[in-house]
Ligand binder design. Structure first.
Ligand code: HEM
Length: 479
């Protein structure tokens, strides 16, 4: 009995100590939050939901209520101006729409990507995801080394050489659409574009290994990728990487494709994690190279389906007529189609923003910003602010007419500066080839009753899937 009371006494004593410790830790954390509030509260921003959680409750409510959180960020930008503050516990994020600050920060290598955001992409669901690949690399020197090596695979010369791949893969999609037109089957265009962009990135990344792929069904791959992304990519990529390494070792003539460049990034990596870096970049290119372009195409078809008065067909007919093989020079001549694609990304920036860590004091519009904070540059918000784009919700490709004034640091769907999208030209060439062939061959109309809402899964995509009736050009609906 005495032994029991002795232990019970000790356990209660330990519990009291533990509770005391938790209380003191919480108190210190609250004091730190208070200090952060005092440091940044002179910056305008919406009222906090609570002292500890800051604006997290509102943000989570927006996300869970099937709305897109970027509309809330837009509402706050309209209310609080070119820089406003968001608190998430002890973290402060500043949403910046001031063009001069956007220029100063994004165009400079001095401001690294915000660790808070990009460290989350290192792993996903406990698995290594983008790791230290190009999008997520934090250290400037390590990133620069990778970027320098990857650049040649995205040079204009190399991309010209990829026109065959873009044409061939887009042609496969057209065949599928022709079947659907013949059988009067509605097409989920988002799904169609998901397949074609996966097909293209696979073909272009691993030119020589590619013949193995057609045996796999692309729809199946897409589903599988979504469920078991990392495992799938890892197995496939290790196989491709090993085959290419062997080819290099045997002195074979290897293509200068993305895979060869990825192998080089690892060769030059001083840290000894070269295998991991290769896989990181492989996953990075598959993710970055597939979804955002597919979503852009789907949004473009959605808007063209909504607004049949936007006439893209005449230009396509004039430039490519009946020919199947679109050339690099043809792409440059389809300027109106470029305007349509640019306007699509203004309203629907499929990768909606970027962020930077600010290690020094800075002033925005006369407001002093103390060092140690992250800036968020949100292209969805900028693209929909009427101070930058008049009547912003109107889809109007004339905004990007070659003679129109260029938007000044308020339009950046591919980000800006040294960390801007490496695949921008690749993506827009691919999108143009697919759209030009689609407009050349088919008329499409949206199935009635679909919403035009946006689904935010990190990248933005049309919620409805953009389901269309497809007809051969000139065929009347009753044919
Ligand atoms: C419509 C299509 C695309 C859009 C809207 C887009 C948008 C972006 C944006 C906004 C960033 C900056 C991300 C950030 O700062 O967090 C980025 C980076 C990047 N994108 Fe894209 N992208 C597209 C297509 C592609 C394609 C097709 C590829 C490759 C084949 C690609 C490869 C990359 C890479 C490697 C980076 C990281 C660049 C670096 O930090 O050096 N993207 N992209």
């Amino acid at each position: 009995m005495a032994l029991f009371s002795f232990f019970a006494g000790w356990i209660s004593y330990l519990l009291i100590c533990l509770l005391g410790l938790i209380f003191i830790t919480f108190l210190c954390f609250c004091l730190y939050i208070k200090y952060i509030h005092l440091k940044y509260d002179h910056i305008p921003g919406p009222p906090r939901d609570s002292f500890v959680f800051g604006h997290l409750t509102t943000i989570q409510r927006e996300m869970s209520n099937d709305r897109i959180v970027h509309d809330k960020f837009l509402e706050w930008a309209e209310t609080y101006g070119p820089v406003y503050r968001i608190n998430c516990m002890h973290v402060v994020m500043l949403f910046v729409t001031c063009p001069d600050t956007t220029k100063e920060v994004l165009m400079s290598p001095k401001y690294p990507k915000a660790p808070l955001v990009y460290k989350r992409l290192f792993n996903l669901f406990g698995q290594r995801f983008l790791g230290s690949g190009l999008v997520t690399a934090q250290n400037h020197d390590e990133w620069y080394k990778q970027r320098r090596i990857m650049d040649p695979a995205f040079s204009s010369l190399y991309l010209r050489g990829q026109m065959g791949a873009f044409n061939e893969r887009a042609e496969k999609l057209m065949d599928k659409l022709a079947d659907m037109a013949d059988t009067n089957t509605a097409a989920n265009m988002q799904h169609m574009f998901d397949c074609v962009t996966l097909d293209v990135i696979t073909k272009v990344t691993v030119t020589s290994c590619y013949p193995q792929i057609p045996t796999l069904h692309l729809h199946f791959i897409l589903h599988f990728i979504k469920l078991h992304l990392f495992e799938y990519l890892t197995i496939l990529h290790i196989q491709w990487i090993n085959e290419r390494k062997m080819a290099v070792q045997n002195g074979e003539d290897v293509p200068k494709d993305i895979l060869t460049q990825i192998l080089k990034t690892a060769e030059e990596n001083i840290a000894n994690d070269d295998e991991e870096l290769m896989l990181d970049n492989f996953v990075t290119f598959f993710i970055a190279g597939q979804e955002s372009t597919a979503n852009q195409l789907a949004f473009a078809v959605m808007e063209l389906g909504r607004l049949p008065d936007i006439l893209t067909k005449q230009e396509v007919d004039d430039v490519i007529g009946m020919k199947q093989e679109i050339s690099f020079d043809d792409l440059g001549k389809m300027t109106y189609l470029s305007q349509v694609l640019k306007e699509t990304l203004r309203l629907y920036p499929t990768a909606p923003g970027t962020s930077r860590f600010i290690p020094n004091n800075i002033v925005i519009n006369g407001i002093p910003i103390p060092a140690g904070v992250s800036f968020v540059f949100n292209s969805y918000v900028c693209g929909r602010l009427d101070k930058f784009f008049e009547d912003p919700l109107k889809f109007d490709p004339e905004r990007f007419h070659p003679d129109a004034a260029k938007p000044y640091y308020c339009y950046y769907p591919f980000s800006l500066g040294p960390r801007s999208c490496l695949g921008q030209s690749f993506a827009q060439m691919e999108a143009k080839v697919v759209m030009a062939k689609l407009l050349q061959r088919f008329d499409f109309s949206l199935l009635p009753g679909q919403s035009f809402d946006i689904l935010d899964t990190g990248s933005l995509r049309p919620k409805s899937g953009v389901v269309c009736n497809i007809r051969h050009r000139g065929q009347t609906p009753a044919d």
